[in-house]
Each structure stands twice: as structure tokens, then as C-alpha cells.
Design a protein around this ligand. Structure first.
Ligand code: ITT
Length: 205
């Protein structure tokens, strides 16, 4: 019987957020990649984020830092992944956007609900801009998930804003109330990583 050779590509994800690594694995493991958090002596290196209101620019900084950190190490041949993401709320002029991480840690989900108390529109979207560096080439992908902010905190799955984010493509439950696989199939992160994979799979010219 001929043996089937399965090649697994290892990807190092420079992020301080373990939830992002778990979710990236859900998408990319189905496509033959194994995603590991980029750690130096067991610790996630500190990422310096630029003062920018664009997730695309922040991601560019992150991939440059990942390249500098990996240069000259045994991992130099590995593919690298970074992502900047956030929650953009329409009636708040896209706030917290690129500052999502900071506001999640400070005002939290309760604070976002308070800010929306007198707003008619609760429309929002998650965005994730991912960059992969593989074989000397860069691959970029933006993923979006349209939805709205719930009236109350619901569910305890996922992380960050998931208990207050209801995707339009769902059945009215927040991401916090969904199983991992349901979020993965609808989320901004899932979409951006699937786009990256499609770009990686294109034959090179
Ligand atoms: P790294 O920069 O180290 O990758 P981080 O958590 O600080 O990790 P970002 O700067 O990209 O990541 O901030 C993204 C924030 O947006 C994140 O901390 C959450 O607060 C929020 N966010 C992004 N995607 C999310 C998701 O799928 N579910 C819930 N909240 C999310």
C-alpha cells in the first residue's frame, strides 16, 4: 500500500493573546498548518505597537518585529504570523477599533454597554488584519464580521468582546454563547486566515 505523506507546516504566531493562537489553530489545522505561539524561553516577547488608528499599519509593525526576533535563531525557516484586530462600533465613530485591547482591559464589556445606552444604532463589526511571512514572501488578509452589540452580557465562551457581540450571520446569540466551531466559521479571524491560506495555495509565478 502506498504511504500517504502528510506535510505539516509549523507557523509561529507572535501574539500575547493565547485565545488568538487557539482560534488560529482551529482554522489552520484543518488546512495542514500547526500554529504555535512565538515564545522566547517560554515567554511571549513584548510587542511594541505604533500610535496608529489603522490595524493594517499595526500589523505591519508586528511582522517586522517578528522578523527581527527570529533572525539568527533556529526558527528562521518557520512561517510567521501576526494579527491586529478590534471591534469597530458605528455610532461611536469606530471606537474602540485599534484601541480594543486597552478598552477591553479597562472599561470592559459593561463600559461599552454603558456608552451605547442612548444610542439608537448598535451596529458594529470585528476586523482582523493578518500577515503571514513564509518562504521570503508576505501574505496579507483582512477579515470582517458584521454584527451588533447586545443589550446585555451573554455567554462565557470566546474572549474579549464576544459576550456582547452578535454576528449578523448567526441566530441572535452572542459569540460568547456559541461553540468554538460556530464562532470560527463566522468570525473575522476565521475569514482572514482562510483568505491567507487561499493566497498561500496559489501557484507562485
Ligand atoms: P497581540 O497584540 O499581542 O496580538 P492583543 O489581544 O493585544 O494581542 P490586539 O492588539 O490585536 O491584540 O487587540 C485586539 C483586541 O480586540 C483583543 O484584545 C480583544 O479585546 C478584541 N478582539 C479582537 N478579536 C476578538 C475576538 O475574536 N473576540 C473578542 N474580542 C476580540
Amino acid at each position: 500500500m502506498p504511504r500517504l505523506l502528510v506535510i505539516i507546516m509549523k507557523v509561529l504566531f507572535l501574539t500575547s493573546n493565547k485565545n488568538k493562537v487557539i482560534e488560529a489553530n482551529q482554522t489552520l489545522s484543518k488546512l495542514g498548518y500547526e500554529v504555535e505561539q512565538f515564545l522566547i524561553e517560554g515567554v511571549a516577547p513584548k510587542i511594541v505597537e505604533p500610535q496608529s488608528s489603522k490595524i493594517e499599519i499595526v500589523s505591519e509593525y508586528k511582522i517586522q518585529q517578528a522578523l527581527e526576533l527570529i533572525s539568527g535563531t533556529d526558527f528562521e525557516s518557520h512561517a510567521l504570523l501576526v494579527e491586529d484586530s478590534g471591534l469597530f462600533i458605528k455610532s461611536l465613530n469606530d471606537f474602540p477599533g485599534v484601541y480594543s485591547s486597552y478598552f477591553s482591559e479597562t472599561i470592559g464589556n459593561q463600559g461599552i454597554l454603558k456608552l451605547l445606552l442612548n444610542e439608537e444604532s448598535r451596529d458594529a463589526e470585528y476586523r482582523a488584519f493578518s500577515i503571514m511571512y513564509s518562504d521570503g514572501k508576505y501574505f496579507h488578509a483582512l477579515g470582517k464580521c458584521l454584527g451588533r452589540i447586545s443589550n446585555e452580557i451573554k455567554g462565557s465562551n470566546g474572549f474579549g468582546y464576544d459576550p456582547i457581540f452578535i454576528p449578523n450571520s448567526g441566530d441572535g446569540r452572542t459569540f460568547g454563547e456559541m461553540e468554538d466551531y460556530e464562532k470560527e466559521s463566522k468570525s473575522h479571524r476565521g475569514e482572514s486566515l482562510r483568505i491567507l491560506y487561499d493566497k498561500l495555495s496559489l501557484p507562485s509565478k
